[in-house]
Design a protein around this ligand. Structure first.
Ligand SMILES: NC(=O)c1ccc[n+]([C@@H]2O[C@H](COP(=O)([O-])OP(=O)(O)OC[C@H]3O[C@@H](n4cnc5c(N)ncnc54)[C@H](OP(=O)(O)O)[C@@H]3O)[C@@H](O)[C@H]2O)c1
Length: 321
């Protein structure tokens, strides 16, 4: 079978011929239709993540959509986080209990593009962020997949005002297309612009906000925290802007803020499956979509490089159908 294979941590993968996987007793063979290239794939393959250096060679891909006996399923994998292969191949062996059957009408590429990023947006808004109807939500990194999904899901779950904040003009346009009431530009080049950025975000929020969804950290998170009401919540789920953040004690303390971390890795299998079913149903209903681009498997190395350099206009999805 054809497969993407990573040989050296930190280098792009190659497309190779590989033996078909042999499923163990609790596994089934999934014929892959679509596999996204996501930040977590690159983080795992870098060899510098908190998962450690992956055993090579391996097939990357922490998730995918495919078919088993005519059933269309979404599946997660632990590729790059634990020994074993992932979704970027024509066939992958997956434990039967990890398969999530998709509802009728859910397009494989669409669901693959949403994937774990939309699961994170859903769970960070509802489970960790405890979004209540009518609340004002600030979504940072609003042009990314987490951000686009969070804006649409916040709307679906009854948020009042939803403000998106994105770095690039294209990202701001994606946030508007996702349904943000207002969008602000993020300038993160100067460490001194927290106050100015807070004024900008606060102005767009048009009053104290209740919840910040933060896949960026860094200056944007510090600025957004200043826009929260007393007792407001900020959920951090990534560090796309910076691993560190100039969040000051007086902001957290004076407003009794709740600063919360979130990772999909803490979800039980049932929680993850339930979240994916909700995401896929919204997609099937036409209420949830994110910008994405289909790429043939043979072009995976170039697509991987584009993701590494931030030269994408949406989620890159390897198409194997
Ligand atoms: N905790 C979890 O379980 C979980 C799950 C999924 C994802 N994540 C994390 O969440 C983050 C976003 O994921 P994603 O799927 O949305 O990725 P994505 O679609 O690739 O989007 C990344 C976004 O980050 C923005 N960005 C990158 N560098 C930035 C900077 N220096 N300043 C401001 N914005 C910057 C980009 O903005 P532009 O569009 O303007 O370039 C882009 O919109 C990643 O760190 C990912 O690892 C966490």
């Amino acid at each position: 079978m054809r497969a993407v294979e990573l040989h050296t941590p930190g280098d792009p993968p190659a497309v190779v011929d590989r033996a078909e996987p042999v499923p163990s007793a609790d596994q089934v063979l999934v014929r892959v239709a679509a596999a996204p290239i996501v930040p977590l794939d690159l983080l795992c393959a870098s060899g510098t993540s908190y998962f450690g250096t992956p055993r090579t060679p391996y097939v990357p891909g922490v998730q995918g959509v495919g078919t088993v006996d005519g059933r269309v399923v979404w599946f997660p994998t632990t590729a790059g986080m634990a020994p074993g292969d992932g979704s970027m191949a024509e066939l992958v062996a997956v434990a039967e209990h990890d398969l999530v059957t998709l509802p009728d009408g859910a397009a494989p590429a669409e669901v693959a593009a949403l994937g774990l990023s939309a699961i994170a947006a859903h769970m960070a808004l509802t489970w960790r962020g405890e979004l209540a109807r009518g609340e004002t939500v600030i979504v940072l990194g609003a042009g990314g997949v987490v951000g686009q999904a969070a804006i649409q899901l916040a709307r679906l779950y009854g948020a009042g005002r939803v403000v998106g904040a994105a770095r690039s003009h294209a990202g701001q346009q994606r946030a508007l297309a996702a349904g943000a009431d207002a969008v602000v530009a993020l300038d993160t080049d100067s460490p001194g612009d927290v106050t100015e950025l807070a004024d900008r975000i606060g102005g767009a929020a048009d009053g104290p906000a209740d919840l910040v969804l933060d896949p960026l950290f860094g200056v944007p998170a510090a600025a957004a925290a200043k826009c929260l009401r007393p007792g407001g919540r900020m959920v951090n789920l990534g560090s796309s802007a910076d691993e560190h953040c100039p969040l000051d004690s007086s902001t957290i303390r004076s407003r009794s803020l709740r600063v919360l971390g979130y990772t999909n890795n803490e979800l039980t299998r049932d929680q993850k499956a339930e979240a994916m079913r909700a995401v896929a149903q919204h997609a099937a209903d036409g209420d949830l979509t994110v910008a994405h681009e289909l790429v043939p498997l043979e072009d995976a190395p170039a697509a991987w490089q584009r993701q590494a350099e931030g030269r994408t206009t949406g989620r890159l999805v390897l198409s194997l159908g």
